[in-house]
Design a protein around this ligand. Structure first.
Ligand code: ACO
Length: 333
């Protein structure tokens, strides 16, 4: 292990979506909503929903395998799984993902920062490399968030979708394309109630009301905090590098709502054509959102090697954070 070079460099990218496409009309058949409402209020046209036999671990294995293929090597020393829908409350899901990839024996653990999970997991992977603990790290975001949604709740069901995305990080030089950083990470636990699953955890195993096993969300408050915090955090990483918003070629933010993406870009003074948006076809996929958006932008060629990319996310907790990289010559595997 060489500790001289401390940057974590992105060297592989993978995505995986469950095959079942659920369009807005299908949701509108079951709930008091409409394709028009969902499209205009959220930007979502369809989302993927995992079948009952497919879990967070299964999706993570698919996306992780694709990222390793993209990196051209399946050698990694550690696996960090960002998820808030682990297969079990205990143990963590990451060791099962590692075993599923034939990587049994490596360090593997979960990071739960809900929709900010992928940015937190990237920072964790970069920290393992900077600390000389690992040379190559597989970072995966995988969530079956649809399972936390009350099938009768029109406030959450239309928004969330399932999926997984992953990247491989390797030890490299800070000025190489793909080098991550700086990072800006925050949390505010006083506002945990804005998006929470009240029961089923270790504090309250049994729900008094069955609805308490599902997510409750104060949408408008989350909306306001998401825009303000993502803009604040994006500015913080730019300031630390001496860059300006005009230096950003692609803004890849957590895909929660197209109006959140647009409002945040407006607050930052960022032209709309630099905002990467795939929410229309995947919905809010929680920890998988950023790598899925990166993969889609690579596929449609709107993300090119050499682009300066600003990643930013906001999620339950509350949590939020950002980082920067120059896009390397990497294609989804
Ligand atoms: N279909 C039709 N009408 C609806 C629906 C629906 N699915 N949902 C709400 N409405 C109605 C409301 O009842 C309300 O009606 P009223 O005016 O008669 O009272 C009206 O639409 C407006 O409701 P709002 O809640 O004000 O709608 P808003 O424009 O805020 O959109 C939404 C709601 C989409 C939830 C928005 O607030 C949002 O995206 N918030 C952020 C959510 C988010 O990002 N969550 C994830 C955070 S990340 C994580 O960690 C998981």
């Amino acid at each position: 292990m060489h500790k001289g070079h401390s940057a974590a460099v992105l060297t592989g990218l993978g995505a995986w979506l469950p095959p079942r496409v659920v369009g807005n009309d299908e949701i509108a058949q079951r709930l008091d909503t409409s394709d028009e409402w969902i499209r205009t209020r959220t930007g979502i046209r369809e989302r993927r929903i995992a079948d009952p036999d497919t879990s967070t671990v299964d999706m993570a294995v698919h996306a992780g395998g694709n990222a390793l293929r993209s990196a051209g090597s399946d050698v990694v020393d550690a696996l960090v799984l960002a998820t808030s829908t682990a297969d079990q409350l205990c143990p963590a899901s990451a060791p099962q993902v590692a075993s599923g990839l034939g990587l049994s024996g490596i360090a593997a653990f979960d990071v739960n920062a809900v929709c900010t999970g992928f940015v937190y997991a990237l920072a964790t992977g970069a920290g393992l490399i900077a600390g000389g603990i690992a040379d190559r790290v597989l970072v995966i975001g995988s969530d079956v968030f649809s399972r936390l949604c009350d099938p009768a709740d029109r406030g959450t069901m239309p928004i969330f979708g399932d999926g997984a995305g992953a990247v491989v990080l390797r030890r490299g030089l800070p000025d190489e394309p793909g080098a991550l950083g700086p990072f800006d990470l925050h949390s505010e636990g006083d506002r945990a109630e804005l998006l929470t699953v009240p029961a089923g955890g270790a504090k309250q195993r049994e729900a008094a009301d069955p609805h308490d096993y599902f997510v409750t969300m104060q949408g408008q408050a989350i909306f306001r905090h998401a825009c303000a915090r993502m803009a604040e955090s994006a500015r913080a990483v730019l300031e630390r590098t001496g860059l300006e918003i005009g230096d950003v070629d692609r803004f890849v933010a957590h895909q929660a709502n197209i109006r959140i993406l647009q409002a945040t870009a407006k607050q930052l003074g960022l032209p709309g054509d630099r905002v990467v948006a795939n929410i229309g076809r995947v919905g809010n996929t929680s920890a998988a959102s950023i790598p899925l958006a990166l993969a889609d932008a690579c596929e449609d060629r709107s993300l090119q090697p050499g682009h300066r990319v600003l990643l930013t996310a906001f999620g339950a907790g509350l949590t939020w954070g950002s980082t920067l990289l120059t896009w390397p010559d990497v294609k989804p595997g």
